[in-house]
Design a protein around this ligand. Structure first.
Ligand code: HEM
Length: 257
């Protein structure tokens, strides 16, 4: 059996696949959060950044397909490993001593995973396709003209004067709906909780969960998940508190039409 076949067909291989795809997805959500936090700067930043991503063209599609494959493999490996564990216990539910030792975050992995998946589908309908809140979708808002060039690592990637989609206003107008904001906050809360046990499993697979590293790694995972949650919470939170507003009343009026 070749190496890739071994990864898919053996139990340890599936654990490694879960860890690797989990790492890719963590990398994405952290990068996505850092990009999104530009909403706190002037609209040139988030709008220039979104334009830069769209201009990547085929590269953007490579990243999208990579993410989709990671999500599918992650869910597949999780399902097969769960079924294997159940079969190994002869279909019996966990014995009491096991449940006591398992943390709340580990026991809720399946449900938090499903909620995050449902959130992701809603999120794509919301900000990528525009089906959830068409009135506030970027393509239905007045276009934005960049006041200054957008730079990545010091290199200009979008020129000043470029006409781009107003993603900055789309995000703010979307989160002015308290129900939408509440759903985002709950979803990123559950995602952070999912990541907490995800890190534990990752360290276990890498053989780092016992020994002198374990306490430090656990502390790191907890801190990481709290910072990740607060970073995400800050965006809808600031909109609901009126700290972030659409750039002009004209944009707000266009969205209200
Ligand atoms: C407060 C939290 C979030 C905000 C403000 C936000 C914002 C956005 C925006 C504005 C876009 C569309 C960008 C564009 O088309 O120009 C987007 C796309 C996306 N977001 Fe988020 N997001 C948030 C959380 C998340 C989370 C937690 C996940 C993953 C679980 C996620 C996954 C994605 C994906 C997969 C896309 C599609 C990227 C593509 O076009 O290929 N987002 N997000």
């Amino acid at each position: 059996m070749n190496f890739v076949g071994l990864l898919f067909r053996s139990s340890i291989g599936r654990k490694i696949l879960m860890a690797l795809t989990g790492l890719i997805l963590i990398g994405f959500v952290v990068g996505h959060l850092v990009g999104n936090l530009q909403v706190f700067q002037d609209p040139d930043h988030l709008n220039g950044y979104a334009e830069f991503l769209h201009r990547l063209g085929p590269l953007l599609w490579v990243a999208r397909i990579g993410l989709l494959v990671s999500v599918v493999v992650h869910i597949w490996a999780a399902t097969v490993l769960t079924l294997e564990n159940q079969a190994a216990r002869g279909g019996e539910p966990y014995a009491i001593k096991h449940t006591i030792r398992a943390t709340l975050s580990s026991r809720t992995m399946r449900i938090t995973g499903y909620v995050v998946l449902a959130f992701l589908l809603y999120h794509l309908a919301h900000f990528t396709i525009g089906a959830a809140q068409p009135g506030t979708f970027k393509e239905n808002l007045p276009a934005y003209t960049l006041q200054q060039e957008y730079r990545v690592a010091g290199f200009p990637v979008v020129d000043a004067g470029a006409t781009v989609a107003d993603v900055h206003s789309m995000v703010i107008l979307g989160f002015q709906n308290p129900v939408v904001s509440a759903f985002y906050i709950i979803a990123v809360g559950l995602l952070s909780f999912h990541l907490l046990h995800g890190f534990d499993s990752l360290f276990q697979t890498l053989g780092l969960r016992s020994g002198r590293w374990s306490a430090g790694l656990r502390g790191f995972a907890l801190l990481f998940c709290i910072v990740y949650f607060v970073g995400n919470l800050a965006i809808p939170g600031a909109v609901l508190l009126g700290k972030l507003e659409p750039r002009t009343t004209a944009v707000a009026a266009a969205a209200a039409r």
